[in-house]
Write a protein of this length. Structure first.
Length: 217
């Protein structure tokens, strides 16, 4: 499968205003804490897939490498938090992952394929938003901007691996069709979330439509 830029793989791109709204220092600290949790969960997810997908050596090596890379990113994030006098602590979840799971098939083997594609979608959205943050934060926080820039290529690789495994399990046409359906679901889920200093939060206040503002969202 040919690599696809995250922005074009997603059903709805993130407006630049989302990244602009993350510029305050308090938001950046919360984003870092969120990043640590995301890396930790991503590593655990990759290990879980190691035991769930067929024991094809290419997939096993790829998932093992992915899990290790996520743990390296987790450790890097912890160091950034420590340098900013912010400890690693619990954090309220954004609701993004839970929303995505609602679109997953309930029966096997479709469930496993959908879970792989959802993992790929999370990586694609992360890749897109890290790239936006790298561009937006350069003049206020060069260290953090460079950190996000360093992670972009890894997120793209992770998306690609999950999509390749799903395509080989279900067939390219079936996987492509499910990707389109799940990507549309992902776009609806993230648009319905409130804005917050989370990588997978909803739109910034100035992105809301008049109807959404009237509804109190």
């Amino acid at each position: 499968m040919t690599a696809t830029p995250a922005s074009s793989a997603l059903a709805a791109p993130t407006p630049r205003a989302w990244a602009t709204a993350q510029r305050p220092e308090a938001c950046r600290l919360e984003l870092l804490l969120d990043q640590a949790h995301l890396e930790k969960k991503a590593a655990a997810g990759a290990v879980t897939f190691l035991f769930r997908v067929p024991y094809e050596p290419r997939w096993q090596r790829g998932l093992s490498a992915l899990a290790r890379e996520e743990l390296v990113h987790f450790e890097r994030t912890l160091k950034l938090l420590e340098r900013r006098d912010r400890g690693f602590a619990r954090q309220q979840q954004s609701g993004y992952a839970a929303g995505l799971k609602q679109g997953i098939a309930s029966d096997m083997p479709g469930r496993l394929v959908d879970e792989l594609l959802v993992a790929a979608l999370i990586e694609a959205r992360s890749c897109e938003r890290m790239d936006l943050l790298a561009q937006e934060l350069g003049d206020v926080d060069r260290e953090l901007a460079d950190f996000y820039a360093d992670l972009v290529a890894a997120e793209a690789r992770h998306e690609q691996l999950y999509r390749e495994i799903a395509a080989e399990l279900a067939g390219a046409e079936v996987a492509a069709a499910r990707w389109s359906e799940l990507a549309a679901h992902e776009a609806r889920v993230i648009a319905a979330l409130p804005f917050a200093p989370r990588l997978h939060s909803g739109p910034a206040a100035n992105e809301l439509t008049p109807e959404e503002v009237t509804d109190g969202r």
